[in-house]
Structures are given as C-alpha cells and as structure tokens.
Design a protein around this ligand. Structure first.
Ligand code: CA
Length: 642
C-alpha cells in the first residue's frame, strides 16, 4: 500500500479546506500566506530578495502556524510586493524547500514564488476590458488555434517581439510582401476566438537561456503563472503578468476573445511538482501496486477526484477567468479528469462569467481513477451539458485515418458518408446538441491538413490539394457545432523537416518547422484557399441558422435531401423561420454531379471556387456540383411582386 493510500481516507475525511485564500495575499500593509500541508510536522516561510535559485541570500525564515484543516498560516506585517518566497516543509525529520503551488508569480524557471500587488500589473483600461463576444453563444465562435511562437516568430512576420506575449500585442503588422501577420491576419480572416497553446509556466525550456528554444508546453510546472520564455524578462515576476495582460487587452480591443489551453490532467514531473512535495503523492493517481497511473502518456495522471486537487483546479481556472479575463478554456485530455470536477469548474466560473466557453479532448484512456469515478469523456458528454468535445469522427472521416495515409471523404474516399451526415447536424452519437461538438479537420497534433492530404495523394497537382482543403473547410464551417481550425490551415500550412519529410509531432521542432509563414498568402494557390476560408467564415456569421445550439431546433430546421443524391453526394435543406431556405450539397465524387433545384430563383453562395456572404451567381432549374466540393444555394427573397 502506498503512502498516499494509507493517508488518503483520513485526508478526505478530516482535512478538506474550502477557503479561497490559499497562496499569498498582498496588501500594502501586510501579506497573508496560507499553505495546505496536513501531513507536515512543521512548515516555515523563507523570504528572498531574488527569484533566482542561484542567489542564495535569505532575507528571513519564519515559522508558520498550523490552523484549521492542515492549513499553515502566517501574516507578515510589511509591504512584500516583489519579494520571493518558498516553503520549508518538514516531515519525518526531512525538509523539502518548495515553491507555492498557488504562486501567482515566480522568479526565473519557477522555483520561487513571488508576492505581488496584482493591480500593479494591470494595463491601462483593464477595469473596463471584457470579452468582445460576451453576448454570443459557443456555436457563434470561430476558433483559431495557435502557439505564441508560431504566430509571431517567422523572420518575415514583421513582428518585433518575436516569440513573446508582446508580439501578439502588436497591431498593423505585415510581411515584406504586404501580407497581414499576427493580429492583423486574424482580423482579416474573421475569427472570433484565438485559442493559445499552453502559456502557463511549463518546465521544458530554460528561461535563463538567451535563445530558450521551442516547446508546445504540455508540461505544467506552475499552473497559475504565465510562462517565462514568453516574457521579455523572466527574472522579473511582474513582467510576465503585465505583458500577458497587455496581449489579452489588445486582442480584446481587436474583437478577438482568448481561449487558454490548460493541462490539468498531468504535471511535468510528479515527484518534483510542488503540491506533491508538500503532500506526498496526493496530486497524482497510483495503481494498486503504488505505481503512477499513466493514461496521459506523460508519466502521471492528476487525481482530480480528490477534494483538494479538484479545488486547486477550480481555483486555478477561476483565477485565469477573473484576473486575466480569459474567455475560454480548452482542456487537454479532459477524459482523464472526472465529470464532477469539470462541472464544478464550469459552475464556479459561469457564476461570475456566463460568457466563458469550455471544451476539450474527450478520448477514453486508461487511468487509475477507480470504477466509481465518472470521467469527462465523449461518451459521458450528456453529463456535462456546458462542455464541448472535439469531434474526431468528423476529422478522421473527412481527411482520412489518424495513424495511416489513407484517403478521406474530401480526398476521394466515399466511406463514412452516413457518419458525416450526422456530424453535419451537430448530433453525432455522443453530441446531444450542436453546442457540444467542436468541429475540425486539423489541430496542432499530427500532420497539418495540407500535409495529410498530400500524403494521401502524393501524385496530384497542388491545385487539387487546395480543392480538397477547401472542401474540408466548407464541411467544417457549414456544419452545426463549433468550428475550429489550426492556425495556418487557411494558408495551406505545412510542417517540413530539414530532410523534406512532413513533421507529425512538432512539439519541440523549433520555429523553422512551426512558425507560420504569412507570406504564403502571396502565392496564387494559397491566396485562393485563404479567400475561401474568409468567405466561409463571413457566410457562417451572416446566417444564424448555421449556428443553432438546440437539438430540437436542428430537428425542426434541417432535413436531408433524399432525391437525386446517393453515394458520394449529400444534400441538406435548411428551413429557418426567419431566413430564406438554404440548400447545402457535398460532392465527394471525382466527377461532377447534376442536381435539380426546387422551383424558384436561387443564388449560389459557395461553390468549388469561391465562398462569400454575398451571392456569387444566380441559379435556376439545374445546377452542376464540381468534383470534391461543396455548394450552397439560397432561395431568392420573395418580394411583393409575387
Ligand atoms: Ca517555465
């Protein structure tokens, strides 16, 4: 039996602390420190002038007093803003020096916490800053997934602070060829939400290096602190906070909401994680033999079902939503987190910010949570009505299998049309309503859409890949649900290794492979794809009927066209109450298909070549749908002359 198994029951029965004051709380006159350490024999607070562990000069070491529920407390009467600290936790004659798991800021590399006057980090106008899409629902969102470095670091990006939070606070930027970059590019495209890969403090990069290198950052170290390598001064605990807030403020000012990728399912290193050093083994799951559970594939799984872990995660998400004005959270491997924790987080955040959106990866993984714990998987979606899951069925059916090079529906396979028809309505199996499904065909994981299509079709012209790319995008943006694209998908983004092969896991491959080349938009074929994405987004925004959130509305409004279609050709009729009738067709065949239009005058808004919120051309009687493409018709408004 492991140490934690022996102690676990006692902790859950006697030591559940529910106060919202763990960590350090600053005022000008005094700072209060509180740490949950129920198994410690004693805890002391150590104060430092420097956040760098190489600087060993100690200002003071002070005994803390054990109070209710195993919480050790101390209040220091002084203005401690900018002072760094650690806890010395003694148990069975051994002492560990630990960073505060509730640290709001840290010194370089995150080993010492910092006391901070958070109001000093607020940019001008922060009090009135808010979600620019506050009044909209999750199905109104157009999500764009990017990494701080990828979005800014290309040599031709025209962005000054490459690889930094501040780089994404630069407006009006463009490449030497005149193509918009960074925020300007996102505005031009028309997205509503920028989803940013991990930007809390992670451990894989050395913040002391002048050139710290590249990592996606799925290795959490301090959950409530921004990552130091994205700051212009990782040594100054206030800089990373104020710079991230500036970035968020500028994005909000430009009508872009911010989603944060959060990784509460595992930590960088179970033994080294601060919470575990204070309460050994409490934060992570172990199996019957006492071995770390590893459903995450990252060496450990967080025990979200334990009271103080659940509370820690809830506190953390609430903190980002309120202190940093984060507008959405994407949960990495949510399927390892329990349903009650997910719902607890959502309830807590929505009690003050009902506009915040939540979604994540609902894959079923093996983890030692015990049979009685219900996990946040796709299968359990009905237990989490305000949480959406990535729809891998849509992804894999459209582009082809994840772990092979086969063709998908958009590259000439006719397989899976039935599944796609369900996905189109936002009601695929586990998804009981469209606001529960994140529709996508590529994200940071695995090959880019362009590369995956190219692997399935090595011998076709690039214009053919472009056509398939457009076809896939049309399906994503015309479907019910929440559309999501990987940054650069609209520019036929490619990730090429130095040996010419495509990179399918670029988590540490560097800027050369990962940075987005905005100048690609100057290439004629790419430009055409980019314009198509812009048109699809504008079209989606113009029609409320594409953004339904209720299953009964879907059933009332959308029907499948049954005549003149068949294998490789799907059609849908959308009959909204307040808009004209819309017909949507998808032709996965390699030959063009003729369809009969219902009586009346129609306009085409989407075809193989273009997509627009404005009519492209009229149609009447018959229409031809090009191979591997979507087509959308809207009935002419009936005016008084009828
Ligand atoms: Ca770090």
């Amino acid at each position: 039996m492991s140490f934690m198994e022996k102690n676990y029951k006692r902790l859950e029965n006697e030591y559940c602390y529910s106060g919202h004051d763990l960590g350090s709380t600053w005022t000008k006159e005094k700072t209060a420190f509180k740490v949950w350490a129920p198994l410690a024999d004693s805890v002391s607070l150590r104060l430092y002038k420097s956040g760098d562990t190489d600087d060993r000069e100690v200002l003071e070491t002070l005994f803390m007093k054990e109070e209710d529920k195993g919480v050790y407390c101390l209040t220091v009467e002084d203005d401690l803003h900018g002072i760094y600290y650690t806890y010395l936790v003694e148990r069975d004659g051994e002492t560990a020096e630990v960073c505060d798991p509730y640290a709001k800021s840290v010194g370089v590399n995150g080993d010492r916490a910092m006391v901070i006057d958070l109001s000093s980090t607020d940019p001008e106008g922060w009090e009135s800053d808010m979600n620019p899409h506050i009044a909209e629902g999750i199905t109104d969102a157009v999500i764009y997934e990017g990494h701080i470095r990828d979005l800014t670091a290309a040599p031709n990006s025209g962005i000054y602070e490459k690889g930094k939070f501040l780089g994404l606070a630069e407006t009006g930027t463009h490449t030497p060829s005149g193509d918009a970059s960074g925020i300007e590019h996102m505005k031009e495209l028309g997205i509503t939400h920028l989803h940013i890969l991990p930007m809390y403090d992670f451990s894989s990069l050395d913040e002391k290096e002048e050139e710290p290198g590249y990592n996606w950052g799925y290795d959490p170290k301090n959950y409530n602190v921004p990552e130091g390598t994205y700051s212009t001064d990782p040594y100054d605990g206030a800089a990373r906070i104020s710079e991230l807030k500036q970035m968020i403020k500028v994005l909000h000012d430009n009508k872009i909401s911010v989603v944060m990728d959060v990784v509460y399912n595992h930590v960088a290193d179970a033994a080294e994680f601060s919470f575990n050093k204070i309460v050994p083994g409490y934060f992570v799951r172990t199996d019957k033999k006492g071995n770390l559970s590893n459903g995450s594939g990252c060496g450990n799984d967080v025990a979200s079902e334990r009271f103080m872990v659940r509370k820690f995660i809830e506190d953390s998400v609430y903190y980002w939503a309120t202190e940093y004005h984060i507008d959405g959270f994407r949960f990495d491997l949510a399927g390892l987190i329990d349903v009650d924790t997910i719902n607890g987080i959502i309830n807590r955040v929505k009690s003050v910010r009902p506009d915040v959106i939540f979604y994540g990866e609902g894959w079923s993984l093996h983890t030692a949570a015990g049979r009685r714990v219900s996990l946040a998987t796709q299968k359990n979606s009905s237990k989490m009505p305000e949480f959406a899951f990535f729809n891998d069925t849509m992804r894999d059916t459209l582009r082809g299998g994840l772990f092979d090079k086969t063709k998908g529906y958009v590259s000439g396979s006719l397989k899976g049309q039935r599944k796609l028809a369900k996905c189109f309505t936002g009601l695929y199996k586990w998804s009981k309503s469209p606001d529960r499904t994140v529709n996508y065909v590529s994200c940071h994981d695995n090959n880019t859409l362009h590369d995956r299509l190219r692997m399935a079709c090595p011998d076709v012209y690039e214009t053919e890949i472009a056509r398939m790319n457009k076809f896939a995008a049309a399906f994503v943006f015309l479907s019910q649900g929440i559309p999501f694209i990987q940054a650069g998908e609209e520019l036929m983004r490619t990730k090429v290794n130095t040996n010419g092969s495509f990179n399918e896991n670029s988590y540490k491959a560097g800027d050369g492979v990962n940075a987005i080349n905005y100048s690609a938009a100057s290439d004629e074929i790419v430009r055409d794809v980019y314009e198509y994405y812009k048109g699809l987004i504008a079209f989606r925004k113009a029609h409320r009927v594409l953004r339904l959130s209720d299953r009964y509305d879907v059933k009332k409004t959308i029907s499948r066209i049954r005549s003149g279609v068949g294998e490789g050709l799907m059609g849908f009729k959308l009959r909204p109450r307040d808009e004209e009738e819309i017909l949507v067709y998808f032709n996965a065949c390699m030959n063009q298909r003729l369809i009969v239009l219902p009586y009346g005058d129609w306009d085409v808004y989407v075809d193989a070549d273009r997509a627009s919120a404005e009519p492209l051309k009229p149609a009447k009687g018959f229409a031809t749908i090009q191979p591997l493409s979507a087509m959308v018709f809207i009935r002419h408004k009936r005016t008084g002359d009828l």
